[in-house]
Ligand binder design. Sequence first.
Ligand code: ADP
Ligand code: MG
Length: 273
Amino acid sequence: MNAQSSVQPKLRVRGATKVYSTGSGDLLAIDRCSLDVAPGEIVSIVGPSGCGKTTLLWSMSGLHGLTAGEVLLDGKPVKGPNPEISMVFQEANLLPWRNLDANINFPFEIKGTKPDRVWIDELLQMVGLEGFGARFPRELSGGMRQRAALVRALSFKPSVLLMDEPFGALDSFTREEMNRLVEQIWLDRPTTIVLITHSIEEAIFMSDRVVVMSARPGRVANIYPVPFPRPRSLDIMATKEVFDLTNAIKREIVGDQKSRFSTPSAPVFQAAK
Ligand SMILES: Nc1ncnc2c1ncn2[C@@H]1O[C@H](COP(=O)(O)OP(=O)(O)O)[C@@H](O)[C@H]1O
Ligand SMILES: [Mg+2]
């Protein structure tokens, strides 16, 4: 599925611009970013550190307002927290004094709504955490904590899942396992996913399209389709297509940083005389 189809985009970002007021003046974080995400599509966002990826994602969630531009969910403006949209962060953010079950129940307690235990048990089983409900976060590995955060995010049955470097703190094996797990869950229950990652390999493995942002102020510099069928196996990562795509994206990001930070006229070092 791609955004060129005639289907109405699930998520539509139009001219998203964000200026932060800081002690040392205004800071233009993102500048007129536009992006359509089709229903059931997985889109990754990559770009240099500080280019505004998190700013863009938070604006999609409705948790942060924009200075200009808009975000539409199913054609309707997103102006605040929305039950259709869930988020997963780099840290699992589990409450240390609550066990896994109580952590998953927590958002429902806050909202005063009843969790769908059948659905949650199904999710726990899908991520391999069945039987761990009585464990406390300190008794779980980093990967297990992120799986719990994923269950918590999906427990509301959101139609959009926004993830901000969710597996960035995990070792590469656990990260690959998480990537396959998210794909499996997605195949079972298609959700529209926007994933920020600093791993180009992860972006390619996971996504239907990879969005490359420019250095701050963040703009949508390029969008690369990733045309591999699903379920994907790690074997695709060893293909020439992926190698070329990875290099093209890497060159674009590094080139962008170079053009921003290098001063070609200044000598890098003075040769000894
Ligand atoms: N709440 C804030 N107040 C002021 N500046 C911010 C705030 N959040 C982010 N920034 C700045 O905006 C820019 C983009 O940040 P961010 O969206 O976190 O980038 P990324 O996620 O790509 O690393 C950075 O220069 C960052 O310092
Ligand atoms: Mg960030």
